[in-house]
Design a protein around this ligand. Structure first.
Ligand SMILES: C[S@@+](CC[C@H](N)C(=O)[O-])C[C@H]1O[C@@H](n2cnc3c(N)ncnc32)[C@H](O)[C@@H]1O
Length: 194
């Protein structure tokens, strides 16, 4: 189901049950990707973070879940996270105020993914990273997942790894990607302090 800020209405309704349905986060991959940062990773935003599944995999001292669905924000708070309701395309955080942004299985739901990437780049401190985990629509499982989401009524837009890395570079970040079966991660880093 589509609204002005992405597929949030359905997530709002499923928030109570989401943790029963979602698989465990790819903790090792997320932590390894955060290692691309050129600064200590202490303050992290989990954008499109839902109930905090991605945040739960991170060891950072301060983990803040940002989501557009009020039900998800409430559930993230029940799970013990600081959580803020906001559109990924308009983060209520100051420029250069966080060490990392993670976007796990969520970018394809955002109404304006390029604006979300620019926002992620804006809030990062020098040497900070954005890590995006996504499904690769060129793989068989990826095609099935994308087809399933569209059948369900989601307005999802899936990107190939190279195409998403280009978009992250267009947001002003040093980007690279790594595929992992039908999933992949793109990591983008802001220039460090000179
Ligand atoms: C598939 S869930 C993933 C949640 C979490 N990252 C995880 O891995 O479990 C996608 C999430 O993106 C959120 N979302 C969709 N559009 C959004 C937007 N424009 N801004 C912020 N969150 C959004 C939904 O409400 C939902 O919680």
């Amino acid at each position: 189901m589509t609204n002005a800020i992405g597929d949030t209405a359905t997530f709002d309704r499923m928030a109570r049950f989401y943790d029963w349905l979602a698989p465990s986060p790819a903790a090792d991959e997320l932590r390894e990707a955060l290692g691309f940062a050129q600064r200590p990773v202490e303050r992290v935003l989990d954008v499109g973070g839902g109930t905090g599944r991605g945040a739960s995999a991170l060891g950072a001292a301060e983990r803040i879940v940002v989501d557009a669905a009020p039900g998800m924000v409430r559930q993230a708070r029940r799970n013990g996270f600081e959580a803020v309701r906001a559109d990924a395309a308009g983060l209520p955080f100051a420029a250069g105020s966080v060490d990392a942004v993670v976007i796990v299985d969520a970018l394809h739901h955002f109404g304006d993914p390029d604006a979300a990437l620019r926002e992620a780049a804006r809030v990062l401190r020098p040497g900070g990273v954005v890590v995006i985990r996504e499904v690769d629509p060129t793989t068989l499982v990826g095609r099935l997942a994308a087809g399933g989401e569209h059948l369900y009524g989601f307005d999802s837009t899936f990107f190939e790894p190279r195409s998403l890395a280009r978009r992250v570079a267009d947001a002003g970040l040093d980007a690279r990607f790594r595929t992992d079966g039908f999933e992949y991660a793109v990591v983008g880093r802001t220039p460090g302090e000179s």
